[in-house]
Design a protein around this ligand. Structure first.
Ligand code: SAM
Ligand code: SF4
Length: 498
């Protein structure tokens, strides 16, 4: 039976002492709006020599300071912008090689106790047709996603008492339990990694989710501007508490989750440079706190949503702003992955490929149960917001291959314990790029054998052969071992990685 939407008291969720312990001695959180704005103003006219020094630091895979991020955000000279774009691309190659990791979201519940003014799931939106999947339905949804070729899932939930930590943990188990026979005799496909996008949780609840096998814990701050935050999230809601949200990754680290994803919902306010600067400040705060920065930055931009005046108004954050924000983020925290979702059009995502994004979703459905129902098209009152890129996974893989970009389904880092501080070091020194390249080729080959049409195989083969040849040249000593695993995959074995 589906529950009714009911008002909810923030006090039942928020543990005040699990905010206070992460505040400064002055009782403030670590996002200091006026200092960040002063830093942006003080660095608004950087000369070319300074910008080039900053780019050299990015290329050495070092996190930029607040002043350096502000300087890059101020660049508007076309030649310098071109140099920034080239460096962003070089940084991406150095750290992650030329691959895009792909995933797809699974929306599990649209029930929510919050009243975010930009979201179709808001408690105030009575037009939304709400649904929460049962464990059987979640498993069926996972099977449908596996049949499309997905191996990485982003599980997404509204905030509601019935979808708390235990429910999230059970839903991860349901997804991991799904298995679908592969094309090779005796083989089976499954989901190998689940990331979670959910509301902030307490430390005890985060431990429950960690034990269920979470990959990345993703929570978007939406806006780092305290005033705009208050205007978008009514004070008598859980999400209305800025401090509970902005300290959620501190709690995650204390609960043993060392893989976290930050994000801003661009367009909630016109000053996007402030949001980029503040998200980078958040990343530096995590480095200070535990020595581990974010695994990913997301750059969701607000899109039309059921019942929302805010989301349905013109977005002040243009495509050109979007491009520049992505470029500066790539340079500012060079080891952090960058996700551009199917909210955006194919054209804009293709543009961003050239400045170093690392993850894209594909074949995306954000209606609850949409994969197993085989739904096509979008219905505004049955999803959180509207999407801009409706390509199938297969279409996107072929499009990327034609641009020389290999799609990776690699989940090895997480399963080999290369997370947190360990992965940070591997990324900074370029070691992870080696694994990325090899595992991209192995998982790409798997996908072609298990899911691609003969035409797609033909279209992707030249890239696969080029990548294999590049690995042979780059790692001559190691290559026989790599080739042996590759050949085993060609013969029907699955899930082999380095
Ligand atoms: N309910 C949880 C929360 O808010 O933290 C989980 C995430 S919510 C289902 C996923 C994300 O969607 C939000 O964090 C927000 O950034 C984004 N979102 C909400 N409304 C949106 C809109 N109109 N357009 C694009 N993204 C939106
Ligand atoms: Fe609920 Fe999240 Fe939507 Fe806010 S953004 S209304 S918390 S689902």
């Amino acid at each position: 039976m589906q529950p009714t939407q009911q008002p909810f008291s923030p006090e039942t969720v928020i543990k005040r002492d699990e905010i206070d312990r992460y505040l400064g001695s002055d009782g403030r959180d670590f996002i200091h709006d006026s200092e960040l704005r002063a830093e942006l103003a003080a660095n608004s006219k950087p000369d070319a020599a300074r910008v080039r020094d900053i780019l050299a630091k990015s290329l050495a895979i070092q996190t930029l300071s607040g002043a350096e991020v502000a300087a890059l955000l101020a660049v508007d000279d076309p030649d310098l912008l071109a140099e920034m774009a080239q460096t962003a691309w070089d940084v991406k190659h150095k750290v992650y090689d030329n691959r895009i990791v792909t995933f797809a979201p699974m929306y599990i519940s649209s029930y929510c106790v919050n009243r975010c003014r930009y979201c179709g799931f808001s408690l105030d939106n009575h037009r939304e047709k709400r649904r929460c999947l049962t464990m059987d339905e979640i498993k069926r949804e996972a099977e449908a996603m596996i049949r499309l070729g997905h191996k990485r899932v982003m599980a997404v939930y509204g905030e509601h008492p019935m979808t708390g930590a235990r429910f999230i943990a059970d839903s991860l188990a349901a997804i991991y339990s799904a298995k679908v026979p592969g094309r090779a005799a005796g083989s089976a496909n499954n989901v190998r990694r689940i990331n979670v996008n959910a509301a902030p949780l307490s430390i005890d609840d985060l431990k429950i989710v960690r034990e269920a096998g979470i990959g990345t814990f993703q929570v978007f701050q939406e806006t780092y501007d305290h005033e705009v935050y208050a205007a978008m999230h009514p004070a008598n809601t859980v999400k209305g508490d800025f401090g509970w949200r902005v300290t959620c990754f501190h709690r995650a680290f204390d609960a043993g989750i060392d893989d976290v994803g930050l994000g801003v919902l661009f367009g909630l306010q016109p000053d996007w440079k402030y949001e980029v600067a503040a998200m980078c400040a958040h990343a530096r705060e995590l480095e200070r706190f535990v020595g581990i920065g974010p695994h990913t930055f997301s750059v969701p931009r607000m899109h039309a949503a059921s019942g929302s005046d805010v989301a349905n108004a013109a977005n002040p954050f243009s495509d050109d702003d979007f491009f520049k924000a992505v470029m500066v983020l790539r340079l500012a925290v060079p080891y952090t992955g960058l996700i551009v979702t199917a909210r955006e059009t194919k054209e804009l995502r293709d543009r961003c490929l050239k400045i170093g994004i690392t993850q894209m979703d594909a074949g995306t459905r954000i209606d609850i149960g949409g994969y197993s129902a085989g739904n096509v098209g979008q219905k505004i009152d049955e999803q959180q917001f509207m999407l801009g890129d409706n390509r199938s996974l297969e279409r996107m893989i072929v499009d990327l291959a034609k641009q020389g970009v290999i799609t990776s389904f690699c989940t090895a880092g997480y399963r080999c314990g290369r997370t947190g501080g360990c992965i940070m070091d591997a990324l900074k020194t370029g070691r992870e790029g080696t694994f990325c390249k090899i595992n991209a080729v192995l998982t790409f080959r798997e996908w072609l054998d298990d899911f691609a049409s003969p035409e797609s195989v033909e279209a992707c083969k030249p890239l696969l052969e080029k990548e294999l040849a590049a690995i042979a040249e780059q790692y001559p000593v190691f290559f026989p071992q790599i080739k042996a695993r590759y050949d085993r995959i060609c013969a029907g074995e699955r899930d082999l990685y380095f």
